[in-house]
Design a protein around this ligand. Structure first.
Ligand SMILES: NC(=O)c1ccc[n+]([C@@H]2O[C@H](COP(=O)([O-])OP(=O)(O)OC[C@H]3O[C@@H](n4cnc5c(N)ncnc54)[C@H](OP(=O)(O)O)[C@@H]3O)[C@@H](O)[C@H]2O)c1
Length: 355
């Protein structure tokens, strides 16, 4: 195998695709060629890369010929359609969508957490859901050092988790409320302010609101987003019976997901032991004091996972600790992890299928 690679970004004009392009450039991924793929809507658009302009192509079967790695972030249905075709042409696909994540023969990986799972891929590697991805380095380190007994997570997820149109919708609806100068409590004016035929990303107003429903409802009255956190965490930790429960909430934040996490451990522990473990964990920044914390506004645009408010769980003082975990959902939760996975595949010569 050559030491430079042809990479295609499927969904190159989207939020995640934009970060993928930026990260391939700044991390100096060994590229032979970069192909930018999207729908017919943005075919012909020109996007900057390393001081040049690259033209976006509408995805087709020919797009994947000669491609070594596909970074796919155009939505689950698009991955379902195109990923098998890319694999048929010999590419390894790192998929950011939920489509393949729980399939048995598809490794689900956070780089630096469960890299060994990558080795025996069959052409598809899945990137976890953004709220799961940022929690993984924390849970893995604490499980290895102390042992997890039960995990309860409440998420506070930014609108960028739903794509670029969702960010635009939050900005436009916020601007509307501010310009009105008074609070419209029934939300009726919300739709009227947006352009006619606007495709609304959220079924409830997001400006000045919080919405405890991300994705559709599924089993046992949980949303699919909540169940992704449960099942994907269990898969990556190789703990199929780990008791874990989640409430996923959308908040009017542009970029950065926050999580309030309560962990019961298998043995007595303390906030200081938890802090010491996390201080040794790569890609995690730990607050020096228990009253310190990060917020999404400060962490957007940065790479680490930030852990603060490390404190004793008053309902389980012997073996319970509470945390506040914040990260940039577009980076560790999507694009950064995908590029790190590509780097890991290359560094270990794991690009060939079934190696
Ligand atoms: N945002 C996050 O934090 C995050 C985190 C983890 C995973 N993900 C996943 O990543 C995917 C993309 O998310 P995003 O936030 O980047 O969304 P986005 O900003 O809405 O971008 C969607 C991208 O998909 C392309 N696309 C749409 N329909 C297509 C089609 N029929 N054929 C080819 N390309 C098509 C769009 O191209 P056009 O410009 O041509 O429409 C655009 O490039 C989703 O599956 C999402 O669940 C997102």
């Amino acid at each position: 195998m050559s030491n430079t690679y042809t990479v295609a970004i499927l969904g190159a004009t989207g939020l995640v695709g934009t970060y993928l392009r930026e990260l391939l450039e700044v991390r100096e991924f060994p590229l032979k060629e970069l192909r930018l793929l999207a729908s017919e809507r943005s075919a012909g658009e020109r996007l900057a890369f390393k001081g040049e302009w690259l033209t976006v192509e509408a995805v087709s079967e020919a797009s994947f010929k000669g491609v070594d790695i596909v970074l796919a972030s155009a939505g689950g249905a698009i991955s379902e359609q195109w990923v098998p075709i890319a694999v048929k042409h010999g590419a390894v696909v790192i998929d950011n969508t939920s489509h393949f994540r729980l399939k048995e023969d598809v490794p689900l990986v956070v780089a630096g957490v469960n890299d060994a799972d990558l080795e025996h891929h069959k052409g598809i590697v899945a990137n976890p859901n953004c709220s799961t991805a940022q929690l993984m380095p924390v849970l893995k380190a604490l499980n290895d050092a102390i042992g997890l007994k039960r995990v309860i997570v409440s998420t506070y997820q930014s609108v960028s988790g739903a794509g670029k149109e969702a960010m635009q919708e939050l900005l436009e609806s916020s601007r509307y409320y501010v310009q009105q100068g008074e609070v419209d409590t029934d939300g009726l004016m919300y739709k009227e302010q947006l352009p006619e035929n606007a495709k609304l990303c959220f079924e409830r107003p997001m400006a000045f609101n919080v919405v405890p429903k991300i994705d559709t409802f599924s089993d046992e009255d949980y949303t699919k987003e909540e169940l992704k956190l449960v099942y994907e965490t269990r898969k990556m930790l190789h703990m199929p019976n780990l008791p874990i429960s989640a409430t996923a909430v959308r908040v009017p934040v542009l970029v950065g997901h926050s999580e309030a996490v309560t962990i019961d451990f298998v043995r007595p522990t303390s906030p200081s032991e938890v802090r010491q473990v996390l201080e040794r964990t790569p890609n995690v920044v730990t607050a020096e004091r228990s009253q310190n914390f990060a917020t999404p506004r400060e962490t957007a645009g940065t790479d680490p996972v930030y852990v603060g408010r490390i404190r004793r769980d008053l309902s389980n003082p012997e073996a319970g600790v509470c945390l506040w975990v914040v990260a940039d959902n577009l980076r560790i939760g999507a694009a950064l992890n995908a590029v790190r996975l590509a780097e890991t595949l290359v560094q270990n010569s794991w690009l060939g299928v079934g190696v």
